[in-house]
Design a protein around this ligand. Structure first.
Ligand code: FAD
Length: 289
């Protein structure tokens, strides 16, 4: 196996152009090293850790720009992320062990494109996008269009994620990330649900709501029908129940060693209902009535 440690994005892109499907980008390596040990060895490894400017968290035009090499621990210890993007902070806080959080990067989590990737549903409800570079072009891609299946993204074999842009949600919005796993944060999510809700000015009706579901479809998804059922309406217990049932119907979970599909659907319903109620209370100071 060949090994490269490019010093610039241009150098990394020209290596990806040259080696294409033979190459594997490595950042923190918490997924790649496990794959090399238990699955297959790539023809060449391109370690991007020596490229300057790919780590860090900065305010940027009404939002935050996060470098792909930013570790999950950097997110968890950032006051900016905790105060302005608490849904993403909660996902970082519930991510694996401290040892993994110190090494794993947000870029690796996104590009791995695991349906259970912890940061993905928060990024979907925050309507974040990625800056994707190829040797001949650069695009800004909303993450809602980025994932096409487990491990599959619009990066293909030659793209590099160079930045993550997260716009600030409405100041009156509140949200939550809820993870269900057998061994809590130490385990990969069996189901992950991210919710962001914005009440109207009178705090009586739902002005906007976004619901992200993880580990229950080939990609992380937004529960669009459940969201539509809530917009513009006062949040009553009956509406909450109906929206949670709709979210469960939008999931297409599988049976695997972590859980049955039926149990996952049930958990989606429970977590969606809890996430909506909790976020509504945080945003309005009131229970759904
Ligand atoms: C013990 C253990 C526990 C874990 N627990 C969790 C958990 O609780 N939640 C969770 O979501 N995940 C978990 N994971 C999975 C893993 O830690 C995460 O997916 C992590 O964020 C991957 O980041 P990394 O920097 O280590 O990525 P790497 O392993 O370096 O790379 C992952 C993938 O992304 C690609 N890649 C990385 N950066 C870029 C880039 N900038 N551009 C293009 N492609 C890129 C690589 O080619 C590879 O395909 C766990 C893993 C282990 C080993």
């Amino acid at each position: 196996m060949e090994y490269f440690a490019p010093k610039s994005i241009a150098e990394a892109l020209s290596l990806l152009e040259r080696y294409g499907g033979e190459a594997k980008v490595i950042a923190g390596g918490t997924d790649v090293m496990v794959d090399i040990k238990y699955k297959e060895e790539p023809g060449c490894l391109i370690n991007i850790k020596a490229i300057g400017g790919l780590a860090g968290i900065k305010e940027n035009n009404g939002g935050v720009r996060i470098g792909p090499l930013t570790t999950i621990r950097d997110l968890e210890t950032s006051a900016l992320i905790r105060d302005k993007l608490p849904v993403l902070w909660e996902a970082a806080h519930q991510f694996a062990s401290l040892q993994i959080r110190n090494t794993a990067t947000i870029g690796g989590n996104i590009c791995r494109a695991s349906p259970s990737g912890e940061t993905l549903t928060p990024l979907l409800v925050l309507e974040a996008s990625g800056n994707i570079a190829f040797s001949d072009k650069e695009t800004a891609e909303p993450f809602i269009n980025f994932f096409s299946g487990p491990g599959k993204t619009t990066l293909g074999a030659k793209g590099l994620l160079t930045a993550i842009d997260v716009p600030y949600p409405a100041a009156e919005s509140r949200g939550v990330y809820l993870k269900h796993a057998v061994r809590g944060a130490m385990d990969i999510a069996m189901v992950g649900v991210a919710v962001l809700i914005t009440p109207d000015a009178a705090k009586k009706a739902v002005r906007d709501v976004r619901i992200g579901l993880g580990a229950v479809a080939p990609t992380p998804i937004r529960a669009a029908k459940a969201e539509a059922s809530l917009r513009g309406k006062p949040l009553t217990p009956a509406l909450l129940k109906q929206a949670a049932e709709l979210a469960a119907s939008e999931a297409s979970p599988i049976d695997d060693q972590r859980s049955s599909a039926e149990y996952r659907r049930w958990i989606v319903e429970a977590l969606t209902r809890r996430g909506l109620a909790q976020s509504w209370k945080a945003a309005t100071g009131k229970e759904a009535v």
